[in-house]
Design a protein around this ligand. Structure first.
Ligand code: MG
Length: 265
């Protein structure tokens, strides 16, 4: 099944997109008990499909992306946190911070954990996944590579640096997340066009590794890394600027689109 979250007069609510093209209200909690009602809804403001409890990003998880940055493929998943305050809704602007000057896009497949996961084997990992969505792991390269003291969190966690959505596709509909075409366009120009088949660590391995001796609470979002074609690896580097529009499409999930603006102080 396929879900969206949207703003209603009573607050955020989920809805499901039915195969016959209808949009029907969900009663209950996607992370608990819920039912699909008969009530038709017309969303006016689509939100990120969940409000994450944690956001984990995976670095260097595509072979060709590691190669374009001159980096070796990691032996184990390399990860960092993005703050939950960095989430942005579909269609809403990515704000370029005054304190960052080399801001880049990373189109990604995102895993949504559906129930608390700890010490989960790769074989059982999908049982803990609610579904998948599309993410842009916006990254300030000056802070990531030069100013951050060796950690990525500052570079990855500015406000609006984690657009998510608009669709959440569950594991009954998305059965093979490790073989999906993923493409990113900036102003209609293709910048990334790859496949999740190039991932070093697949979905099952990531969930298992991250849950080892550590709880991944329901609502955790795992950004699975980005393929080749990012702005910093180009000559000269291409940084985001006000007026740009980023579109990321993941096969079988949909397209996430966000404009870029200068942050208002
Ligand atoms: Mg990333």
């Amino acid at each position: 099944m396929r879900y969206i979250r949207h703003l209603t007069p009573d607050g955020p609510a989920w809805a499901t997109l039915t195969p016959d093209g209808d949009t029907r209200a969900i009663a209950g909690d996607l992370f608990g008990d819920f039912t699909v009602t008969d009530r038709h809804v017309t969303p006016t403001q689509v939100l990120a499909p969940i409000a994450p409890t944690h956001i984990i990003g995976i670095g260097l998880n595509y072979r060709k992306h590691a190669a374009e940055g001159g980096k070796a493929v990691p032996e184990r998943p390399m990860w960092f946190m993005k703050t939950t305050t960095s989430v942005q809704h579909p269609g809403e602007p990515i704000e370029l911070p005054a304190s960052a000057h080399e801001v880049d896009y990373e189109g990604e497949l995102a895993i949504v954990i559906g129930r608390d996961a700890k010490n989960v084997s790769p074989a059982d990992a999908i049982d803990y996944v609610l579904g998948y969505t599309v993410a842009i792991d916006v990254s300030a390269r000056d802070w990531q590579f030069k100013l951050g003291g060796g950690q990525f969190n500052h570079a990855k966690s500015f406000d609006t640096f984690c657009p998510l959505g608009p669709f959440l596709v569950d594991t009954t509909e998305m059965t093979d997340p490790d073989n999906l075409r993923l493409s990113t366009q900036v102003n209609g120009e293709v910048r990334q066009d790859s496949s999740t088949a190039d991932m070093v660590f697949d979905v099952r391995t990531l969930v298992s590794f991250l849950s080892t001796d550590r709880t991944l609470p329901a609502g955790t979002v795992i950004l699975t890394g980005t393929p080749e074609g990012v702005g910093y690896a180009r000559t000269p580097p291409l940084w985001l600027k006000p007026g740009d529009t980023i579109q990321v499409n993941v096969e079988g999930i949909g397209t996430l689109s966000n404009p870029v603006v200068a942050a208002q102080s």
